[in-house]
Write a protein that binds this ligand. Structure first.
Ligand SMILES: Cc1cc2nc3c(=O)[nH]c(=O)nc-3n(C[C@H](O)[C@H](O)[C@H](O)COP(=O)(O)OP(=O)(O)OC[C@H]3O[C@@H](n4cnc5c(N)ncnc54)[C@H](O)[C@@H]3O)c2cc1C
Length: 452
């Protein structure tokens, strides 16, 4: 291992500087600190801080095991055994259980408060040896021949700010949707194939599914998008609407009233919330949000999780993909620092693996408004083990643990055959989707947290 650059009185030296203390950043910092590297992990907020994205996947559990936090996550989590789909075109509900996936060993995940999950991952990084700082926002990263100078602004505890610098051999950007490095390099691109925004709030007193299904996520489609219904362990339920831009553009009233009206468009959800109370009268909005950076890794940096790409959250893949990208990145960072001659190859391998998750999930996300794929979710059948493969994908088992590829190809083949047979219906679905994702320019309420 090469030596950490030496510190000067004002500039501390480290091997790896991690920007962002969300799931990706804390995971990377934990694993790199465990290798004996000098790691600094900074978070601009103070934990516990609010974050949306509360539904986890079964494949997350193995990652928690490796980080040594499984029991802590279990203690804050609501067991999630499957997914319920509710469609306005069908009278029945479809229940997909993770126990039916290819590999039956991990049949559940959890729904969690992200403030709690993210704090425990962050504290775990500190207990594994990373030097952690909260209230510390990175403002600049400047590269030279030996590494990078990172400049950050720290809350001084008295309402003011102080500036601080580090010399780092490597920088991990896990800044989430702030996309620090992609903005700096101007390499962030809006995803032309998808376009949606979300409104969400938390409720007490929502009617949940009975028995073991209580903690399941429900996905309820409606005319202008889809809703999530995520039951949390403390009795509150997270409810969100992911809508097409034209619909949000039509908002002509306060966000809370608009959200109430939106819920009323989905009778099943309205019924589940009829005796429920919106916590704090607060509805949040987040703007257009599907994007990707043109690349994820350079000579001395890597972008992880949402700092690299964001896809529609329909299948609750964000936290898992963010943490998985951190596990993969650790090999890349180690290779770059210890065996620089192999770094270019390691970057290629990393970039290829990073694309697997977003690509597999996006195939379904882009087609889920299509009647053929909708029916596959509403009437899941298992010829050629296609249902098991689909469930493995939805559980996050994407990286070669189970031989699901042939069955996924079969499923896609069946989809194309049915679509061609019903070409009129498919064409209408395709046209509708292209109308839906049309860019409407900035939306009122974009990227804000708006109170009543
Ligand atoms: C509406 C919506 C619903 C979602 N639902 C789900 C879901 O149900 N399940 C799921 O798995 N995912 C969901 N997601 C996605 C999920 O929230 C993200 O994919 C996940 O949080 C990514 O983790 P991350 O560590 O990459 O980024 P983040 O969790 O966003 O963490 C990044 C951190 O970096 C910090 N930061 C930013 N800039 C700086 C800076 N300059 N200096 C220091 N710190 C900085 C931020 O404060 C933040 O704490 C949802 C997302 C949205 C928008």
């Amino acid at each position: 291992m090469n030596a950490t650059p030496s510190s000067t009185p004002d500039v501390e030296a480290c091997d790896v500087f991690v920007i962002g203390g969300g799931p990706a950043g804390s995971t990377a910092a934990t694993l790199l600190a465990r290798q004996g590297r000098k790691v600094v992990l900074t978070e601009k907020a103070q934990h516990p801080r609010f974050h949306i994205g509360e539904s986890l996947l079964p494949s997350n559990v193995a990652l928690f095991d490796q980080l040594g936090v499984r029991q802590q996550v279990e203690a804050i989590g609501m067991p999630k055994w499957g997914i319920e789909f509710v469609s306005p075109e069908h009278t029945h509900r479809s229940y997909l259980e993770f126990a039916e996936q290819w590999d039956k060993r991990q049949p559940y995940a959890w729904q969690v408060r992200r403030s709690e999950l993210d704090e425990l991952l962050f504290r775990n990084a500190a207990s594994c040896g990373a030097s952690t700082l909260e209230g510390c926002r990175v403002r600049d990263v400047a590269y030279d021949d030996d590494g990078a100078t990172v400049t950050a602004e720290l809350d001084d505890g008295a309402g003011g700010k102080t500036s601080r610098q580090w010399r780092a051999r490597y920088v991990v950007d896990a800044s989430g949707r702030d996309t620090f490095m992609a903005n700096k390099l101007r390499c962030k691109e809006k995803n032309p194939a998808h376009n949606s925004s979300a409104l969400f709030g938390h409720y007490t007193g929502a009617r949940r599914l009975p028995g073991i299904k209580e903690g399941n996520i429900s996905i309820l489609w409606f005319e202008h998008g889809w809703f999530w219904f995520i039951p949390l362990a403390d009795g509150q339920t997270s409810v969100g609407a992911v809508c097409w831009p034209y619909y949000l553009k039509s908002r002509d009233k306060p966000l809370k009233d608009f959200f109430d009206d939106t819920i009323a468009l989905c009778p099943e959800l309205a019924d589940r919330l009829k005796d429920a109370t919106l916590v704090g009268h607060q509805v949040h909005a987040t703007g257009n949000y599907s994007y990707i950076a043109s690349h994820a890794a350079g000579g001395r940096y890597v972008m992880l999780g949402d700092a690299y790409t964001f896809i529609d959250p329909m299948f609750s893949s964000g936290v898992y993909l963010a943490m998985h990208s951190a596990f993969d990145a650790v090999d890349l960072v180690a290779t770059t620092l210890d065996r620089p001659a192999e770094a270019a190859r390691a970057r290629k391998v990393f970039e290829k693996r990073l694309k697997i998750g977003p690509k597999e999930f996006s195939w379904f996300i882009f087609r889920v408004t299509n009647p053929t794929i909708r029916e596959m979710f509403m009437y899941p059948a298992n010829p050629l083990r296609v249902k098991e493969a689909l469930l493995s994908l939805l559980a996050g088992d994407l990286y070669g643990n189970s031989p699901i590829k042939p069955s996924l190809w079969a499923l896609k083949g069946i989809y194309y055959m049915i679509s061609i047979r019903n070409w009129r219906r498919s064409w209408a679905g395709w046209k509708r989707r292209h109308r839906n994702i049309e860019d409407m320019g900035p939306l009122a309420g974009e990227n804000i947290l708006e109170a009543r």
